[in-house]
Each structure stands twice: as C-alpha cells, then as structure tokens.
Design a protein around this ligand. Structure first.
Ligand code: SAH
Ligand code: SF4
Ligand code: F3S
Length: 449
C-alpha cells in the first residue's frame, strides 16, 4: 500500500491532525494523493460536534462504498472525533469500513493501515499522555502554520461531545512548542496559529499561555501570532497583558458566549455568568486597542425559553461582536444534555437562528463600515479564488483583526505585510486598493517543506 487520500472535516484541530497524519504516513514511505480514485487507502478525518457533521461523513462513506465496489482492495478508514464517538459501532454497521482510528491513535497509522488490509481494525484508546510533540507535521502550503498546543478538554460543557472524543486535557512543553514555531518559521510560515479546545488554559507545569504567546512572538521570522479558542473562564490578566504588549500577537479574540441567559449558561455548565463574561469582554476591549471579538452561540438548548433567547439577543446587541458562528443545538449521545428532553422544536430553533443571523449581519456590517477610508496592515495570503474569470485578478489577505481583505493584484508577494486602503465593505469582506509600491522580492519563501 502506497498512496493515501486524506479528507478533513471539522475544526482547525482536525486540520492540524491531518497534517500530523500526513507527516507520519510520508515518513513511512507513503505518498499523499489529491484524488480518492488514485488511492490505495482513503481516510476521512471526521467531526462529531453536531449530528449534521456525522451525516455528511456517512454520506461520503456511501461514495467510497461505490469506489470500493470497483476496487475491492481499497482500504477505507475513518479517523478523528466521529471515529472515537461511534467506535466499533462504525465497523459493525458500515461494511465498507476497514479502519476506525481515534485522535490518539495516529502515531501507528502506517501499521494500522497495513493491518486493516487483512482484518477490520479499530484503535480507539484515548491516551492521556499522547501529545505527538515529537512528530513533525507535513504542513499544507500557505502563510499560516497551525500548532496544536494542547489536546483534549476537561470542561465537560453539558452539550459537548469533545471531552469524550478527545479525552483529557494535556499541554505540550513550551520548549517543544517553541521548536515547532522555529521549524515552521524556517519553512517560511510567517503566521502561527496556536490551537486548543480551551487554548488559554494551556499550562505545561511551569509556563502558562501568556508565556507561550510571548515566546512565540520572539521567534525570528514570525510576523504574526494568533490562537483559537480561548475559554472565557480562563482569560487571565496575564494573557490579556501579553496580547496588549506583544505587537506580533494579533488583536483578535474568539470568545465563545454560547448563551446570553444565566439559566442556560448554568444548564450548559459553562462556568461563567453573563456578568462575568461581560467583565472579561470589557477588560479585553479596554486593554487591547482595536481588538476584534468574535463568538459562538447555540440556540435551542433544552429548556431555552423565549425569555432566555431574548436575553441572548439583547446581549449580542450590547456586546456587538465582530462576527459570530451561530448554531442550532444538536443533541449528542454520551453528553449530559443528551438525557434532557428537547423543548425547542426544529422550526423554532430555525427561527431563533435566523433572528440572530440577521441581527449579527447588521452589526458586522456596521463594524466593517468603520474601516472605510482607513489604511490597514494586511498579511498577503495570495491570489483570491473569488475573482471571476472576466474580472481583473485580485489578492486576498487578513487584517490584524483577522478580517478578510480583497484588493486588485498589485504584485504583492504572499507572506508579506502590505498597507491596503479600504474603499468598500460587505459584512464579511473588506475591499481595498493598494497603497505604495510593493516590495520587489518576498521577504521569505512560502510553504517550502
Ligand atoms: N472548545 C471550544 C468550542 C469547540 S466546538 C470552546 O469551548 O469554545 C465549536 C462550537 O460548536 C462551540 O463553541 C459551540 O458553540 C458549538 N457546539 C458544540 N457542541 C454543540 C452541540 N451539541 N450543538 C450545537 N452546537 C454545538
Ligand atoms: Fe466542548 Fe466546552 Fe470543551 Fe469547548 S470547553 S470543547 S464547548 S466541553
Ligand atoms: Fe469536531 Fe472534534 Fe473538532 S468534534 S469540532 S473535529 S474537536
């Protein structure tokens, strides 16, 4: 078996895990291919966060069943959170599957694939010591490197499957992470994004997340440092101060709210009240000038009354987040909330979701309009794929606040910081024009690995 096709679903942690798997497979002499049709083995790296995520993967497995009927030697594997969540049930139910491997089983992936060629194989043990800290990932080309600083989650929010799919929280040693950042910077990645389910609870026994932010921003070649997702209860003064003081740590915080009602926050066991969330938000905004704050919200949690929903709505009007990921509650087997009777039907969940979407679009649009006529620093990602064939070529990149900026291609190389004047907006995108002449040469080379 030589050629492996790997497809990724879910959050950035899964994207980073796929890069880890690709590194493990390549070191074992395997080759990553772009098309499932060209592969000896296909692996889906899956997500279990909402039912919809699992249904998508089951649909995709149906397509692989078709492929396998034409090529019976094809190995089909499911990795990631859904693999861990459904475990052996997946092997039993889906004849097409040869391998089920959970998030702590990637170290031995080549051997597991070989074994799966002979006998259906499941590796679904969670290992509270596995951090993969010693394994070099095979990073996708680009300007951004994802660095997982912590695995697992100990928060057990009552709706959430992650503590069951990824096991207990564990942090990598700071020295190992600094080495990873140095290695990524040496390969030409100039933006580092630290990842963890509650990334700001990072602690390696000696150093906390503030130490890590400061250490990363001092690595030569690193232009920008970001992270996702912090938990509001772990947002210490030290982390806020590190953000405020380090120019290379970007002014963007993704701070998941989940609900604007104290009763629902309590039922979710989020460990903070609305007053406490507002306090954290206030301190972030007071100390980090121009900071963008984005969030996640769930509507229709069991017991969410009209009044609870209106409290969320009112809070979002008050908080004025830059943007928000808005979700309908999805009951997940194994979680504590799964045992609660659902009280908000699908139609009403849909209505509540739409109200929040419409109101948030308006707020996001107003915040974007605040950028009009300003000249801002943008890290160039490269040619915009949104450009239509009949339109002049465009570039895209990210502002310091992680807003997408699109402007006419002025030859600015990917991986450089450029000044762009904002001349138009949508609620999602800033439209710009370039200022000054671009540098003739890239400062660094991008994505060589
Ligand atoms: N660790 C991150 C969240 C990871 S999951 C944090 O705690 O902030 C990303 C988002 O998915 C969550 O913030 C939540 O809004 C949403 N989510 C998680 N479980 C869900 C469920 N069962 N139904 C609907 N949305 C859910
Ligand atoms: Fe899930 Fe809560 Fe952990 Fe986030 S903090 S991953 S929502 S249990
Ligand atoms: Fe999904 Fe697992 Fe991430 S459940 S959101 S892929 S941690």
């Amino acid at each position: 078996m030589k050629r492996v096709f790997l497809e990724t679903y879910g959050c950035q942690m899964n994207v980073a895990d796929s890069e880890l798997m690709a590194g493990v497979l390549q070191r074992a002499g395997m080759e990553m291919v772009e098309r499932a049709e060209d592969a000896d083995a296909v692996i889906l790296n899956t997500c279990a966060i909402r039912e919809h995520a699992e249904l998508r993967v089951l649909g995709r497995l149906g397509e692989f069943a078709h492929l396998k009927s034409k090529n019976p030697a094809l190995i089909v594997g499911v990795a990631g959170c859904m693999a861990q969540h459904l475990r052996k049930r997946l092997l039993d139910q889906k004849r097409v599957l040869d391998l089920v491997v959970g998030p702590d089983g990637y170290r031995d992936l080549p051997a597991l694939l070989q074994r799966a060629a002979n006998v259906p194989t499941a590796e679904i043990r969670l290992d509270r010591d596995e951090t993969y800290g010693d394994l070099e990932p095979k990073r996708q080309p680009g300007v951004r490197a994802w660095v997982t600083v912590q695995r697992g989650c100990d928060k057990f929010c009552t709706y959430c499957v992650v503590p069951y799919t990824r096991g207990r929280e564990r942090s990598l040693p700071l020295a190992d992470l600094v080495r990873q950042v140095e290695s990524a910077a040496a390969q030409g990645f100039c933006e580092i994004v630290f990842l963890g389910q509650t990334v700001n609870s990072y602690h390696d026994g000696t150093h906390d997340f503030a130490d890590l932010l400061r250490a990363a921003s001092a690595v030569p070649g690193v232009l920008r440092v970001r992270y996702t997702s912090p938990h509001p209860s772990d947002m210490s003064e030290r982390v806020i101060a590190a953000m405020a003081e380090c120019d290379k740590v970007m002014p963007h915080v993704h701070l998941p709210l989940q609900s604007g009602s104290d009763a629902i926050l309590e039922a979710m066991q989020r460990t903070y009240s609305i007053t406490q969330f507002e306090d954290v938000l206030g301190r972030i905004r007071a100390q980090i000038p121009g900071v963008a704050v984005t969030t996640d919200v769930i509507v229709g949690f069991p017991g969410e009354s009209d009044a609870d929903f209106e409290a969320t709505r009112a809070f979002m009007q008050r908080a004025r987040f830059d943007s928000a990921f808005l979700f309908k509650y999805s009951a997940r087997p194994d979680t504590r909330a799964y045992k609660l009777a659902e009280t908000v039907d699908e139609t009403e969940k849909g209505r509540r979701l739409q109200v929040l979407i419409d109101e948030q679009h308006a707020i996001s649009g107003e915040i974007m309009d605040g950028y009009l006529n300003r000249t801002i620093e943008v890290l160039v990602d490269g040619p915009s794929n949104r450009g239509k064939a009949d339109q002049p070529p465009q570039l895209y990149g990210k502002s310091r606040e992680f807003k997408t900026v699109v402007w006419p291609d002025d030859g600015s190389p990917a991986g450089t910081l450029q000044q762009v004047k904002i001349v138009g907006t949508t609620h999602l995108t800033l439209l710009g024009e370039s200022v000054g002449t671009p540098r003739p040469e890239p400062l660094i080379t991008i994505g060589v690995s």
